[in-house]
Design a protein around this ligand. Structure first.
Ligand code: ADP
Length: 325
């Protein structure tokens, strides 16, 4: 066992929605842990697997060849049972039986709430933000967001090719129930004509005016990006069609935004965060979540992170609107 470690045996799990880069984070936790002489357990199927005792020791080679893969090697799940004290008691008992003192939880807000409960039961927990939505307070970026944005941009570029050829208006619905980050960043980078997000009320008349003005100037096609939390893309498409009489096509990108090989940014972020989580556990820290603020990784108290209000950067949204005038 390694010297100078506050805990000797740790676990890692992925929970909630999967995101590209989770594998890179798992790899970093395992390799950094082993580097410091820790024993690292991989827990399958998130909290559901923790309750069922699905855990195995991971060695260096068990995380070989995964840094480039989307999804999560440890699988992910949602667990209603874990929300009950009885479920959590089973989970803690399994950890005790294996002598696991520390746990790295890679997931979103819900997963962090679960981690907080475990920390109240004496398990050292560290959260790593992994979700394509970028909807976690205390971090500029979550693991998976950059890859998802690049996937959306790729789709927009392709749709623009056909939109240009047919001179049509396209509505593209992207993920983001409460957070418009994917729509805003993919919108500015993909040159979308309008971006509709849940954080900013919009007036359909303005959207239509902009479309008509574009048409008058000779614009032959337009792309309107809609975050799913605003409205169904179909509904927006129908409203445009009824108001203008134009042919409108709607594309719902759906789950393909969750997949794919992680970008360099996500792999790097995941590698750094995974390694930092191990350092925090080695120092005896608990109830913390990791964030990226500027260039630096920070550790934030989990209670604080869960109560902080997350704000979208509306200046980029406004810039996108100016640039697509
Ligand atoms: P995400 O982590 O992506 O936000 P969920 O909100 O589905 O995903 O949460 C993942 C899992 O975390 C849930 O299925 C549940 O097991 C656990 N969880 C969520 N909220 C709580 C809570 N308040 N207490 C305990 N566990 C929770």
């Amino acid at each position: 066992m390694g010297e100078g470690n506050a805990v000797q045996r740790i676990g890692v799990l992925t929970s909630g929605g999967d995101a590209p880069g989770m594998n890179a984070a798992i790899r970093a936790v395992v390799r950094k842990g082993v580097f410091h002489g820790l024993e690292v357990y991989g827990i399958l199927h998130g909290y559901a697997g923790l309750i069922r005792g699905e855990m195995n020791v991971m060695d260096l080679s068990s995380v070989a060849d995964i840094i480039q893969r989307g999804g999560t090697k440890l699988y992910t799940a949602r667990s209603e049972e874990f929300k009950t004290p009885e479920g959590r008691a089973k989970a803690v008992e399994n950890l005790r039986q294996h002598g696991i003192e520390g746990l790295v939880v890679i997931g979103g807000d819900g997963s962090f709430r679960g981690a907080r409960e475990l920390s109240h039961l004496g398990v050292h927990t560290i959260g790593i933000p992994g979700t394509i939505d970028n909807d976690i307070a205390g971090t500029d970026y979550t693991i998976g967001f950059d890859t998802a944005v690049n996937t959306v941009i790729d789709a927009i570029d392709k749709i623009r090719d056909t939109a240009t050829s047919h001179e049509r208006t396209y509505v593209v619905e992207v993920m983001g129930r409460d957070a418009g980050d994917i729509a805003v960043i993919a919108g500015i980078a993909g040159g979308a004509e309008s971006i509709l997000i849940p954080e900013s009320p919009f007036d359909m008349e303005n959207v239509l005016d902009k479309l008509r003005r574009g048409q008058e100037r000779g614009k032959r096609h337009s792309i309107i990006l809609v975050a799913e939390g605003v409205a169904k893309g179909m509904k927006i498409g129908e409203q445009i069609r009824l108001a203008t009489g134009w042919e409108v096509r709607v594309t719902v990108l759906g789950h393909l935004q969750r997949g794919g090989s992680p970008s360099a940014f996500d792999r790097t972020l995941a590698s750094r965060m995974g390694a930092y989580a191990v350092d925090l556990l080695r120092q005896g820290k608990t109830s913390q979540v990791i964030g990226l603020q500027g260039k630096d990784l920070v550790a934030i108290d989990i209670d604080e992170a869960l109560t902080m209000k997350r704000k979208i950067d509306l200046s980029i949204y406004e810039l996108a609107s100016i640039l697509s005038i």
